[in-house]
Design a binder for this molecule. Structure first.
Ligand SMILES: [Cu+2]
Length: 320
């Protein structure tokens, strides 16, 4: 080949080698995985009537897809979409993501080993209809996905519209591989549940303001890196304090409602659209065996019946 072309080809080859070495050590990949579909039965057309909504109640799927293996997860962002159009579905139109959770079988759950929903494995992520994302890319931590882990999923869906609706759960993962994964410290999830180690996590809350709490012994010592709460409509916030350290506040996860149109029902009722997260290096340092107190606050308006299917959960990630 002519000399100029040869040089250009060589330059390209060298560039390709440089591009490879530049990314070999620090690879962050974003991948969206779709789960489902599920067809939710029709409801009675009343967005506020949970008893007569179409339900898929705690359906368990074993060995669901993982975005990667031999990697570390650094962000998870959940969404629920219409299976045919791919568009977000929510309170506005009928289908609600009551909740789903992921558990890694073969890994031991920190707070409910082998019992309640901890029997599914190590519970490492969950979402309610508020669809809170957790992102710790900027911090040097990650949740390890081993090549022999299998994931189980528990899904609870609801639909108030008068037609059946077929939906998918779409989860966007960010993960690190190569030396970027090995250089990140592994974090362990803590599932803190005001209902303790049950399978349904449901509590009753009265009319008016209430603060339901449960004391939980810290399963290990370490640094809390990330935390987010889950609560149901008419919930105010989830809060974690450390009773062993002068009741110091660890994290407050506050609910907001109706921030986008998708979270407003046709009759104008606002549904919880986000929960604030606590992310830091660290958010708090916790001693092994410290007494933690999980507070779950609701404000149920007068005239509304007492709620018998409320929840109060905080999910935290701990580094040694
Ligand atoms: Cu829930």
């Amino acid at each position: 080949m002519p000399r100029t072309r040869y040089i250009a080809a060589l330059a390209c080859a060298l560039f390709a080698v440089f591009a490879l070495t530049a990314t070999a050590g620090a690879t962050i990949t974003t991948r969206t995985v779709e789960y489902g579909p599920w067809t939710i039965p029709a409801g009675n057309g009343d967005p506020h009537d949970h008893d007569n909504a179409g339900m898929i109640s705690n359906e368990i799927r074993f060995n669901v897809a993982r975005p990667c293996t031999g990697c570390k997860l650094i962000a998870i962002d959940p969404e629920m979409v219409d299976a045919s159009t791919g568009r977000e579905v929510n309170m506005r139109t009928g289908p609600m993501l009551h909740h789903f959770l992921f558990a890694a079988a073969g890994k031991t759950d920190s707070t409910c080993p082998g019992t309640g929903s901890g029997a599914l494995g190590q519970r490492f992520f969950a979402s309610g209809n508020e669809r809170t994302a957790i992102d710790i890319e900027r911090l040097a931590y990650g949740y390890e996905v081993g090549s022999r882990d299998t994931w189980n999923m528990d899904v609870d869906l609801m639909n108030w519209s008068t037609e059946t609706r077929t939906v998918k759960i779409k989860v966007t993962f960010k993960y690190a591989t190569g030396t970027d994964a090995t250089s990140r410290t592994n974090i362990t999830p803590w599932w803190l549940d005001v209902d303790g180690c049950t399978t349904d996590s449901l509590i009753e809350v009265p009319i008016g303001f209430s603060d339901t709490h449960r004391e939980i012994r810290a399963p290990s010592g370490g640094r809390l890196i990330a935390m987010a709460g889950h609560i149901h409509d008419h919930g105010v916030k989830d809060e974690l304090t450390n009773q062993s350290r002068s009741e110091a506040l660890i994290c407050s996860s506050v609910a907001r409602s109706g921030e986008t149109e998708a979270y407003v029902s046709p009759e104008g009722r606002l549904s919880i659209s986000s929960m604030s997260t606590c992310i830091g290096n660290p958010v708090a340092t916790i001693g092994s065996g410290d007494t933690l107190r999980l507070h779950v606050q609701y404000e149920v308006p007068v005239g509304h019946p007492a709620i018998d299917d409320a929840m109060g959960i905080m999910l935290g990630f701990i580094a040694p």
